[in-house]
Design a protein around this ligand. Structure first.
Ligand code: NAP
Length: 266
């Protein structure tokens, strides 16, 4: 493997910072630290987590938790830690950290790659309503869904407060972690669950609660795509929150692409 000496001290392995919080980031940390994929096992890996999840899964390599303090804080971390490369493997909706990574890496000349899971695209039979954010989704529901109907929210705990403006609707919220109680809409059943979800399971969930519409973020990936197939089958509208704009960072679609990038000279 062609590997650059990069910026780490002579004789020490090059240092990789993974901006994490996703399954891809965890898979990359495992692959790069050598438990999978021996070629990349020479990197000294640190994964950075925002600290939103109370009990994050164990990761190989070093883990640091908490914000850096904006672009300047991240640039200082890269400089002091003599980081050679950064892989932004954050969620496609984590726009602030991706922008900060682009700015800090550009300032210091540190190579940056993003793992960008391909977005979902509608196929024939889908009834998608394209919206910019949770607020627009709530506005659409308030207009279009009959009073008393039940809507499935498949969102993060930070995204639910706007649905308080739909007091005539009933909600089932499926989220990895529970939101603050004051953010919940008045009539809301909370399901704290983590994917992957199966098509049979999604059909059963829709039938059990009489779901009339689904709100989702266009996260992409297989683990949570079954709800889209179930909605298509049952002709249920999906209010799809589109991805935020991200900086024009070089990107690959998956962990294999990131490993390939790491195997190339900078
Ligand atoms: P965000 O809006 O882009 O970031 C807000 C701030 O949180 C950033 O400015 C940064 O603080 C800090 N931060 C975010 N990710 C970080 C990381 N990996 N390491 C250290 N600091 C980080 O992010 P978000 O949407 O709140 O997402 C937070 C984390 O949850 C990310 O790691 C993301 O991958 C994960 N996640 C997000 C979603 C989602 O739907 N947004 C879904 C699943 C997982 P400073 O400016 O102080 O550095």
């Amino acid at each position: 493997m062609a590997r650059e000496p990069d910026r780490s001290p002579e004789g020490e392995p090059p240092r990789l910072l993974i901006l994490g919080g996703t399954t891809e980031a965890a898979a990359l940390a495992r692959a790069v630290t050598g438990t999978r994929g021996a070629e990349a096992g020479t990197w000294d890996v640190t994964t950075s987590l925002a600290g939103r999840t109370r009990a994050p899964a164990a990761l190989p390599g070093a883990v640091r938790i908490g914000g850096f303090g904006g672009v300047d804080g991240l640039a200082a971390y890269l400089r002091v830690g003599r980081i050679d490369r950064v892989i932004d493997a954050t969620h496609p909706f984590a726009a602030a950290i991706s922008a900060n990574a682009a700015d800090a890496c550009a300032e210091l000349g540190v190579p940056l790659l993003r793992i960008e899971r391909p977005a979902w695209a509608p196929v024939p039979g889908d009834r998608w309503i394209d919206v910019a954010d949770a607020g627009e989704a709530a506005d659409w529901l308030a207009e279009a869904v009959p009073s008393g109907a039940t809507v499935l929210l498949t969102l993060g705990r930070q995204d639910v407060a706007p649905f308080q403006r739909c007091p005539a609707l009933r909600f089932v919220l499926r989220s990895i972690e529970a939101p603050a109680p004051e953010d919940l809409p008045p009539d809301c059943l909370l399901l704290t669950e983590r994917g992957p979800f199966t098509l049979d399971g999604e059909r059963a969930l829709i039938a059990r609660h009489g779901i009339r519409a689904i709100v989702a973020k266009n996260a992409g990936g297989e683990a949570t795509a079954a709800k889209l197939a179930a909605a298509r089958e049952l002709a249920i509208p999906v209010v799809m929150i589109r991805r935020p704009a991200l900086p024009a960072t070089p990107a690959v679609a998956d962990v294999a692409g990131a490993l390939d990038w790491l195997s190339r000279p900078r």
